[in-house]
Design a protein around this ligand. Structure first.
Ligand code: IMP
Length: 431
């Protein structure tokens, strides 16, 4: 029996969706444990593209999918996704898709506040996705949040919304000079959501516990990436949840001894959307080439992603913080045809060499990457399905990643399709 956590090792957008979709075949249940519709997973099946923001990618494999208590969920977006999947003939009924009763609900004021705050920040913008994620987690921490369990009790829900709105409306009106929100309208709107979502709301910890006792396998699907983690990322240019593997336990409701493996997804180069330091960022034509070839646009906001060389200071940090047992290298094919490849092995700061990721953004912002230059490969590798068939220089690049991160590579992705994959070791075989 294996229960595997999948996390991003960089700043998100590592291509987790495809890998979750691939590994979901070996799982009985797929669970998301943090974040909300700030994430966007692109999956390609039989040439057809699916983008999901909330529903775990395992839904396409017909697996049971759970939205964990660590998530913040916008019911409007969830229902749109469910309708869309349903229209494509995918079963998203209550036996297939379950929502933790303890997950927090994104309310209209969260979205208003997220956007209004960001607009006030000028050049200090975080670059949030504007989906209300931060304000919703903020209300969770200050104990003013609305949870899915509240939808099941209409009377209490009404009272709660009226009380909360007194404060939110004061803030919206007097701080942002924005329009007040009407409690009756919101109550009405969310009653409609409650009617449709109630059959899906359940204690998912019990569901998972039962599954584990029956020797079923669970895949925990992380969103965003390690360096967007609220504690361990490039704070304040981070998201508002813990994205590291440890949060799979907290955000889903299981104990750490149930986790048997942690897979870190590594894009073969580095990208970042939104603001914040990025030591290996490229500002030249190679960066443009990678951005275009890798179609590096955010799946959620459509923003152009910033691109740069692979940074193993970042990856070593991720390996330690997540306890990675294996790596998945994605988008290796995007590097086809580049003459030389650079791997960052450390940073130079004030004449000193730094090998560990600094917490201070001031220091990180002044760090100069130290590069090792490796020869590229001219071949198109997208049709290759075995490690041995890869060009020697590609294998050398991969070996250096393993050496520098002290973590073995389990899977290599050479294209967006399910079949465009080189499988070295199936993480579900781990004990
Ligand atoms: P928020 O999570 O919308 O508040 O955004 C905070 C920061 O995290 C911004 O820089 C976003 O661009 C970034 N971010 C949030 N979700 C993702 C994601 O799924 N992939 C990459 N970046 C993300």
């Amino acid at each position: 029996m294996s229960n595997i956590v999948i996390v991003g090792t960089q700043w998100g957008d590592e291509g987790k969706g495809k890998i979750v979709d691939l590994l979901a075949e070996f799982a009985d249940i797929v669970v998301r444990f943090q974040g909300g519709n700030n994430a966007g997973h692109t999956m390609v099946v039989d040439g057809e593209q699916f983008i999901s923001h909330l529903v775990p990618s395992g839904i396409l494999q017909g697996k049971m999918c759970l939205l964990g208590n660590g998530m913040v969920v916008d019911p409007e977006v969830l229902l749109k996704e469910l309708d869309n999947l349903n229209n494509r003939g995918i079963d998203v009924g209550p036996d297939r898709l379950k929502i933790s009763e303890k997950a927090h609900i994104i309310m209209p004021y969260h979205k208003h506040i997220d956007m209004a705050r960001e607009n006030m920040k000028g050049d200090q913008k975080i670059g949030t996705t504007g989906r209300g994620i931060g304000p919703c987690y903020e209300d969770k921490a200050t104990r003013r949040g609305v949870r899915f369990v509240d939808l099941l009790d209409p009377k209490e829900f009404d009272e709660k919304i009226k009380t909360i709105l007194e404060e939110k409306n004061f803030y919206l009106e007097h701080y942002f000079s924005a329009e007040k929100l009407d409690p009756a309208g919101i109550i009405d709107q969310y009653k409609g959501y409650a009617d449709r979502l109630s059959p899906h709301i359940i204690n998912i910890s019990i569901v998972m516990n039962k599954a584990i006792k029956e020797n079923k396998q669970i895949l925990f699907e992380g969103a965003q990436g390690t360096h967007l983690d609220i504690d361990h990322g490039t704070y304040p240019f981070v998201t508002s949840s813990n994205t590291v593997s440890g949060n799979a336990c907290c955000g889903a409701g299981i104990g750490p001894k149930e986790i048997t493996g942690v897979v870190g997804i590594v894009k073969a180069y580095t990208t970042r959307v939104g603001s914040g330091p990025f030591p290996t960022e490229l500002f030249d034509e190679i960066g443009d080439k990678i951005q275009k070839k890798g179609a590096e646009f955010g799946a959620t906001t459509g923003r152009k992603r910033r691109c740069g060389w692979l940074d193993t200071v970042l990856l070593r940090n991720a390996a330690r913080l997540n306890g990675l047992t294996g790596l998945v290298i994605t988008k290796l094919d995007v590097l086809d045809g580049l003459e030389d490849l650079k791997i960052c092995t450390g940073y130079e700061y004030n004449g000193k060499i730094i090998r560990d990721f600094p917490a201070s953004l001031k220091i990180l912002g002044s760090c100069k990457p130290i590069y090792e230059v490796l020869p590229g490969w001219p071949e198109d590798i997208s049709k290759i399905r075995n490690m041995e068939d890869l060009p020697e220089n590609a294998r050398h690049y991969l070996n250096r990643i393993e050496e520098l991160t002290e973590t073995p590579i389990d899977i290599i992705s050479v294209g967006p399709g399910r079949e465009e994959t080189i499988l070295i070791n199936n993480p579900f075989n781990l004990k």
